[in-house]
Design a protein around this ligand. Sequence first.
Ligand code: IYR
Length: 232
Amino acid sequence: MSIPMQWTPTHGEPYRPVPYRPERMPAEESLARAAELRERMGRRRTVRQFSAEPVPEQVVKDAIACAATAPSGAHQQPWTFVLVKDPQVRRRIRAAAEEEERISYEGRLGEEWLAALRPLGTDGVKPHLTDAPALIVVFQQRYWLGEDGVRRKHYYVDESVGIAVGMLLSALHLSGLAALVHTPSPMRFLSEVLGRPANEKAFAVIPVGYPAGDCRVPDLVRKTLEQVLVEI
Ligand code: IYR
């Protein structure tokens, strides 16, 4: 692998395009790959019961590197991925998350929301936060903060980080690891526990690992292609 060039912030520099000539994939190969990918992606499931078995750390880091290739508004790459391996920090995150979730499930969510969640079997107890061997806490950089205190606007932060998380989930799944997108609400405690700066806002907590031996998932049905695709 070649050593990547170090990124430095850009702002107001002129457009200096470089050639892009990816090798053209024959249509037959495209078709075969697309069908295989569709089948493999179709087998991804959100997992809430994890084995404590460790995962190869480089797989997780490679998946984060894949996520960080996501397109972003003005190529500002407004994301930070905090990889939490320390069991003590995971315990603190779980304790703080469960405190918020208990309030949520005891009524803050409201009847309609609770009814929508019922088929998923979720509740305020979050063992995955300590059982999974790693947590990836994704932060959005709401704005850029230079060392000299210069503060610059970031654009399309939600969209950019959402795309990156989608790519992260795909990379983890295709590398053989299971994950869950957990969104404790409110998430402010994550900045405190993880010591993140004021320009960063927690976006999701993603436990990563192998499913527990007795892992079960809700019997969900996905929309068919015909139900989600409109051709004009
Ligand atoms: N954040 C809560 C509730 C929750 C909300 C949605 I929308 C889900 O798809 C799943 C859970 C929790 O993590 O349990």
